[in-house]
Design a protein around this ligand. Structure first.
Ligand SMILES: C[S@@+](CC[C@H](N)C(=O)[O-])C[C@H]1O[C@@H](n2cnc3c(N)ncnc32)[C@H](O)[C@@H]1O
Length: 237
């Protein structure tokens, strides 16, 4: 992250954990050797992050995952879509090292990592540059006084609407009723998105190209809900 800007003290505050259990030697090694090669920084000179040079070969498109946790969904998508360049954002170091191990094991060359709060890099992502954005089982912050901490909020949706290409998909999942309500309320109210679900199966069943994540498996709060919002086509002029 040579051209990184230092964390901005006036930027958004991250309330989650950045570190968990002490890393095993192999994972610590990956953090030192592989992460620097895959890590993406915010352009120090300002302006948009140029996506194509981040990858070793031309990509047919790009996708973003916010809060990838241990990265099993991101790694699955990267393997299933080898010509899409994936950018994953996650500040939790232990989760990052789990993804790094997957990248190494499977030789994935289409994953790049922003190892910090996604809200810091969203403004630097190019307009209409992403075909898909995933936010799966985000921290629900169910208490009313913590609602400002929820990642699915109008200002983040504004940024996602900007970076998604016309017709691009925003995939959201949660098993917490408060978070599901918020996702539906903010997603449906947003002028750039339509929720295309027509029947209960459309949100109760995970689509085939949507592998389960660790948090889905934990089923901490109840039955999971899978929401796909489509970015509407921009008006010309
Ligand atoms: C409940 S976990 C879910 C992880 C994973 N998506 C899954 O389904 O297993 C939420 C994750 O989002 C990450 N997270 C929270 N706020 C974030 C932010 N502002 N930017 C990026 N990641 C964030 C947390 O560190 C955590 O790993």
């Amino acid at each position: 992250m040579s051209d990184d800007l230092p964390p901005d003290a006036t930027g958004p505050r991250f309330y989650g954990r950045r570190h968990g259990r002490r890393l095993r030697a192999g994972r610590a090694r990956l953090l030192e050797t592989l992460l620097p090669a895959l890590s993406v920084g915010i352009p120090a000179a300002g302006g948009d992050l140029d996506l194509p040079p981040l990858f070793p070969r031309p990509m047919a498109g790009y996708a973003l995952e916010i809060g990838f946790g241990a990265g099993e969904h991101l790694a699955w998508q990267a393997r299933a879509n080898p010509d899409i360049g994936f950018l994953g954002c996650e500040p939790f170091v232990n989760g990052i090292t789990t993804l790094l191990a997957e990248v190494e094991t499977h030789g994935l060359d289409n994953i790049r990592i922003f190892p910090d709060d996604a809200r810091l890099i969203l403004p630097a992502l190019p307009t209409a540059g992403m075909g898909r954005c995933f936010i799966l089982f985000p921290d629900p912050w169910p208490k009313r006084r913590h609602r400002d901490r929820r990642i699915v909020n109008p200002s983040v949706l504004d940024e996602i609407a900007r970076i998604l290409a016309d017709g691009g998909a925003l995939r959201l999942a949660s098993d917490h009723p408060v978070m599901v309500d918020g996702m539906l309320m903010h997603g449906r109210a947003h002028p750039a998105f339509v929720w295309e679900a027509e029947r209960a199966a459309d949100w109760r069943q995970r689509p085939a190209d949507w592998p389960p994540t660790r948090y889905e498996a934990k089923a901490l709060h109840g039955r999971p809900v899978f929401l796909t919002f489509r970015r509407i086509v921009r008006q010309q002029g």
